[in-house]
Write a protein that binds this ligand. Structure first.
Ligand code: HEM
Length: 548
């Protein structure tokens, strides 16, 4: 009965009321009419449906960037225009120069709030400044180095566990996307919150499971009505959007499920820690994440204080943002070195040189990892070609003018070096495209070539926080955990390569091998087998034990 009422509400009443009026209003209010862009295949869905259902992420966007330049107009649902940009100067202006003038788009803010509550990922302006002020010290390089041996221990535990998989002399095909998040969850749990998820031991991970359903299930290839529901929700005022959430769709239900599970874990972590802090009279002044959060909850200075709800949201945010991102990036990295065995051998040689220098059983220091220029070049190249967050949705907080480094040609044939936008204009910052621009990375931008990072890459373009890449975002909202992620990638890669060799999986049934691994458009860039996306995240690699 309830579901029938909901379907009637969603399918008949809302579109009847909203579509004609909204369409006319939006069509005439469009501020990007002067820009070129792909034709609108459907009045109702614009280009949004074809973007969401394309087989592999980036195919359409690449075609359009090649045709219209590094900033173009695409159509959203209900007649709205969307600006898609990969121009370096535009990205710099929106994320770095303008600080908070281009907030997150309404729907991405709604979605992150639904998943994590009011944590650093969802809040804006002054509140965001306060959250970052509390959290930043916990992510400083000196602070993170203290966790290096924990990263190494966990990587070794993962390797031990994989070794028990009876690899035999010919090796065994292992879906690495199953294993890597177990290690990164254990790492974030212990280093940030002194909390033992025991994910590698138990081989289960409730949060990872919900995460997989959330992206691989609900966000991948959504049904048309889910897309309309989402678009409708983002275009109405917050009170009405909140009311609509009383009738959640599949995607929203899974996000709420994640939110409940992560907040439950966050609460138990936080209660234990604050009890301990009170017992110790709050004398602990360490800068790990949990300590800074507990202290912020007790702080009297409003500029440094977080409410309990904000603290729990922070913990939930860091648990997800801090483990699946690195694990998926690591899967893509292993995919690339499997496809390029000569590079795998070269890293291994570099690792052996380090071992010869420091001893077979010595623990590596941060400086040892940093000294391996090829290993680091491989990490950068994987981050460049496979940015797990492929695009960021923003909107103009006020009327503005966005400068371009590479001018585009308008509908009337005029050359434009600036794009005027009206308040509320939706903008998609295309990280995946920027990371492959020939203008920035050279003619072989689409090709795997880690050596590009062995040369000096500090040209006059500087975007983002690391190596001229947009993979970790940029500006005031850049990824807080980018150094943490790099250290994890170094430690896990070193440890796994020291024990195992990664080879292409043999064909099986309709699966032809690595050529059938795709980057599917599920909000994040996650790997799946072509035509088999119901199996969820998949990166099957043939793992062989190295003889030492
Ligand atoms: C390879 C791994 C990672 C990638 C590619 C990545 C990517 C990103 C990107 C692109 C953003 C910006 C989103 C936006 O502007 O809307 C971001 C934000 C964020 N990331 Fe990461 N991330 C990674 C690892 C981590 C880790 C390990 C942590 C925590 C330990 C973390 C915590 C966060 C948080 C809290 C934010 C929100 C920052 C803010 O809004 O102030 N990330 N990440």
């Amino acid at each position: 009965m309830f579901s029938a009422v909901k379907s009637v509400f969603l399918l008949i009443l809302l579109p009847l009321l909203y579509i004609p009026l909204g369409f006319v209003y939006r069509y005439y209010r469009r501020s990007l009419k002067f820009l070129r862009g792909p034709p609108r295949p459907s009045l109702l869905f614009g280009n949004e449906l074809e973007l969401t259902v394309q087989e592999e992420l980036g195919i359409l966007e690449t075609k359009w960037f090649n045709k219209y330049g590094l900033a173009f107009r695409a159509s959203s649902c209900f007649g709205e225009d969307m600006l898609i940009v990969a121009d370096p100067q535009a990205l710099r202006y929106i994320t770095m120069t303008s600080a908070y003038r281009f907030p997150k788009s309404t729907d991405s803010a709604q979605i992150t709030t639904l998943q994590f509550g009011r944590g650093v990922l969802s809040v804006e302006g002054e509140v965001h400044v306060r959250h970052r002020k509390v959290l930043n010290p916990a992510f400083a390089a000196t602070q993170l180095r203290q966790f290096l041996s924990l990263f190494q221990r966990t990587a070794a535990k993962l390797a031990d566990r994989l070794q028990q998989e009876e690899l035999g002399k010919d090796g065994k095909v292992i879906n690495v996307t199953h294993w890597l998040p177990l290690a990164t969850l254990d790492i974030i749990g212990e280093s940030a919150f002194d909390y033992n998820f025991g994910a590698i031991d138990r081989q289960t991970n409730e949060l990872s499971q919900i995460f997989k359903n959330m992206f691989a299930g609900a966000r991948l290839y959504p049904q048309k009505r889910s897309l309309l529901y989402r678009v409708f929700r983002r275009s109405v005022d917050t009170p009405l959007a909140n009311l609509l959430l009383k009738f959640p769709g599949r995607q929203e239900r899974q996000m709420m499920e994640f939110s409940v599970a992560s907040k439950r874990i966050a609460k138990s972590v936080f209660d234990a820690a604050s009890k301990e802090a009170k017992l110790e009279g709050n004398t602990k002044y360490s800068k790990d994440v949990l300590s800074v959060l507990v202290r912020s909850n007790m702080a009297e200075d409003p500029k440094k204080a977080l409410s309990e709800d904000e603290v729990l949201s922070q913990i939930a945010t860091l648990i997800l943002a801090g483990h699946e991102t690195t694990a998926s990036t690591m899967s893509w990295l292993l995919y690339e070195i499997t496809r390029h065995p000569q590079d795998q051998a070269r890293i291994y040689q570099e690792m052996q040189d380090v071992r010869e220098r420091i001893g077979q059983d010595a623990e590596l220091t941060a400086a040892d990892y940093d000294s391996m220029s090829f290993l680091n070049a491989v990490i950068k190249e994987a981050l460049r070609l496979h940015p797990i967050v492929p695009s960021i949705a923003r909107e103009a907080g006020s009327d503005d003018i966005i400068p371009l480094e590479y001018p585009v040609v308008s509908e009337s044939g005029e050359t434009l070096s600036h794009i005027p936008v009206s308040k509320g204009q939706r903008i998609s910052l295309d990280i995946a495209m920027y990371n492959r621009l020939t203008q920035v990375w050279g003619d072989d931008a689409n090709t795997w070539r880690p050596d590009r990072f062995m040369q000096d890459t500090k040209k006059n373009i500087t975007v983002g926080v690391y190596s001229n890449l947009m993979t970790f975002g940029a500006g005031v909202r850049a990824c807080i955990g980018w150094r943490f992620a790099l250290m994890e990638l170094q430690a896990i890669l070193f440890c796994l390569l020291e024990r195992f060799e990664f080879c292409p999986p043999p064909p099986e049934g309709s699966f032809r091998g690595l050529e059938d691994i795709q980057r599917v458009p599920a909000g994040l860039m996650i790997p799946m087998k072509r035509g088999n996306w119901r199996e969820g995240l998949q990166m099957p690699l043939l793992m062989k034990l190295r003889r030492r």
